[in-house]
Design a protein around this ligand. Structure first.
Ligand code: SAH
Length: 227
């Protein structure tokens, strides 16, 4: 599998260069590249799409949902500015690929998925692959995960009309929220929202992107459904 990974990394580097004027990032960080090399992406795609697992594209995973494009996974992860001690919340587990990339780089990942079947499959897959520092929950991620807050970083992998208010409230001061926000018909801006020490929010548009929508769902039970 070495060649497909090398080719994918080259494509991702090309995409970083092509978008550097708006993202401010010339190349993926070494830590993100290492994580992408380590996570077996072929384990996160449906069986009939395994041959395309290392393409730099989004792919369907069932339930009308997708596994995100590797370049976007890399970029969003870099924008979170994680370190080994970071505690991260992800909204939109999907197949769990981005969750695994986050788990490679951070101390702990909490992840919420609204489609129970996807959440269950991702939970089993992540456990089989040995990602023990991941907590999963079924529910509406727009409410965040108050019981585990504050987080150093929050990542939303589905698009909302605006910033769900509960999410920046669950960031520690200095923490970052990265999310796609609707900017027009089927178009979104990837945004970085930073919580200042005084609690104020700084918003920064990074790139035009396309994600599946963030949909309403049941709020998680008070105790959560965790591993
Ligand atoms: N992180 C995934 C991307 C999944 S696509 C990856 O690594 O490829 C976005 C996911 O967000 C979908 O699985 C969708 O079901 C989920 N989603 C949509 N609305 C949601 C909500 N309100 N709360 C939690 N998850 C949601």
């Amino acid at each position: 599998m070495k060649d497909p990974i090398d080719r994918l990394i080259r494509r991702i580097r090309d995409d970083y260069q092509a978008t550097a004027t708006t993202t401010g990032l010339e190349a993926p960080s070494p830590a993100v590249e290492a994580a992408l090399r380590h996570v077996p992406r072929e384990r996160f795609v449906p069986g009939d799409l395994v041959s395309r697992a290392w393409d730099n594209t989004a792919l369907p995973i069932g339930h009308g949902q997708t596994i995100s494009q590797p370049f976007i996974v890399a970029l969003m992860t870099d924008l979170l500015a994680l370190d080994k001690d970071s505690r991260v919340l992800e909204v939109g587990t999907g197949c769990g690929y981005q969750t695994a990339v986050l788990a490679e780089m951070a101390a702990q990942v909490h992840t919420i998925e609204v489609v129970p079947e996807l959440a269950q499959a991702a939970r089993e897959r992540l456990r089989e692959l040995g990602y023990t520092r991941v907590e999963t929950r079924v529910g509406d991620g727009r409410a965040g995960w108050p019981g585990a807050a504050p987080f150093d970083a929050i990542l939303v992998t589905a698009a909302a009309p605006g910033i769900p208010p509960a999410l920046p409230e669950q960031l520690r001061p200095g923490g970052r929220l990265v999310l796609p926000v609707d900017s027009g018909w089927q178009a979104q801006d990837l945004m970085v929202v930073t919580r200042a020490q005084d609690g104020g929010l700084q918003r920064h548009k990074v790139l035009g992107v396309r994600f599946v929508p963030l949909v309403p769902g049941q709020n998680p039970p008070a105790t959560g459904e965790t591993d």
